[in-house]
Design a binder for this molecule. Structure first.
Ligand code: H2U
Ligand code: ZN
Length: 349
């Protein structure tokens, strides 16, 4: 047998943020593809849709009417998964049956009054208004006694179960720290206690030296494909400064966040010349009153597409029963994304 190298041989990669592993099978990326590859169709949407529950002036479920807003608009989710007045309680029948009541607040955020836009098509100053709204909401929610974690996220595209193309995101905030951020709390704390630096500042420094997985950067943020990516074009945006949450960002850094979000999502749209679906969300320190010097603000992007505008990766079989697996390497994905034009494909037509 010849000597192992990471480009050609199956291996597993460690995710230091979660403690999970991913199986990488680079040799399989070379196999022929016989499935379908459909051409993307970009249907143009109107800037106002009378049937959209997020457009200004329209009625939502339950009869509430949206104001005639401009730019951003936030409201409490009409079908909130978490409620602020859930009574305290639970089930504790020993080791096998446990349940705990959970309190929280869920919000919906419209990014623009314009139904036809998405973030990569919005001007940076308008995306900055979204960042400012995230900050305002994060501050307000974090100040509540019973809110210990705030999850800001965006579900984009029908393939992700997104119910409406109007540009929007959500915030779910809760009393307990949810599963994924809880893993990152543990790993970042252990790393910080050992080294006195955040895990992601050391990781970012190493990635900036290696360059192979870097996609874009500005003064304040870096976009990269993490070494341990699971989804074919999974990426992360990491702040250059080790800040615990978005409230610690300077004015310039807030604009930097808006800028990198646009840059990255343009790459995504340009990859298959389609409005690229994904779930993305900010990971920030818990809002439980602790100072959390170990926490380092970052954003995960989990897009499902694999081969074309319609062929997505399925997390099935071995992945449901054993562990996640990928064929195209993180480095290969980074190279493809990095080499795309910087201008949105719609502007070149
Ligand atoms: P998606 O981003 O996954 O499409 O979710 C949109 C949210 O909007 C969803 O959580 C809420 C749903 O509960 N919603 C309202 O709050 N009011 C409505 O009139 C329809 C949808
Ligand atoms: Zn709309």
């Amino acid at each position: 047998m010849s000597v192992f190298n990471i480009e050609d041989y199956p291996h597993r990669r460690y995710n230091p943020l979660t403690g999970d592993w991913v199986l990488v099978s680079p040799h399989r990326a070379k196999r022929p593809w016989q499935g379908q590859v459909e051409k993307s169709v970009t249907e143009e949407k109107p800037p106002y849709d009378p049937g959209c529950y997020l457009c200004p002036g329209n009625e939502r479920a339950g009869g509430k009417v949206n104001p005639d807003y401009k730019d951003t608009f936030v409201f409490t989710n009409d079908f909130s998964a978490l409620l602020s007045d859930t009574p305290h309680g639970g089930i504790d029948e020993g080791e096998l049956f446990k349940a705990e009541s959970e309190r929280g607040i869920c919000k919906v955020i419209c990014f623009s009054e314009n139904h036809s836009l998405t973030i990569p098509e919005m001007p940076v100053p308008d995306i900055r208004k979204v960042v400012d709204l995230w900050c305002d909401e994060f501050r307000e929610l974090s100040e509540k006694d019973f809110i210990n974690y705030v999850q800001v996220f965006e579900n984009k595209g029908a393939i992700m179960g997104c119910s409406n193309p109007h540009p929007h995101g959500q915030i779910w905030s809760s009393s307990s720290i949810p599963v994924e951020p809880a893993k990152e709390c543990k790993t970042q704390k252990a790393y910080f206690e050992k080294h006195g630096r955040t895990l992601l500042s050391d990781y970012l420094k190493a990635e900036l030296e290696k360059e192979v997985r870097i996609l874009a950067q500005n003064e304040s943020f870096v976009a990269l494909v993490p070494f341990w990516a699971v989804w074919p074009f999974e990426t992360m945006v990491v702040s250059k400064r080790a800040v615990q949450n978005i409230l610690a960002l300077t004015d310039e850094e807030r604009t930097g966040l808006a800028g990198i979000y646009k840059q990255l999502t343009i790459m995504y749209d340009n990859l298959f010349e389609v409005s690229f679906p994904y779930s993305a969300g900010l990971h920030q320190a818990p809002t439980d009153g602790g100072s959390h010097p170990e926490w380092h603000l970052h954003i995960h992007f989990y897009p499902p597409l694999l081969r074309s505008a319609t062929v997505k990766k399925f997390m099935v079989g071995y992945e449901m029963l054993a562990m996640p697996q990928r064929d195209i390497t993180a480095e290969g994905a980074a190279k493809r994304l990095r080499e795309l034009p910087e201008i949105h494909f719609k502007q070149t037509r």
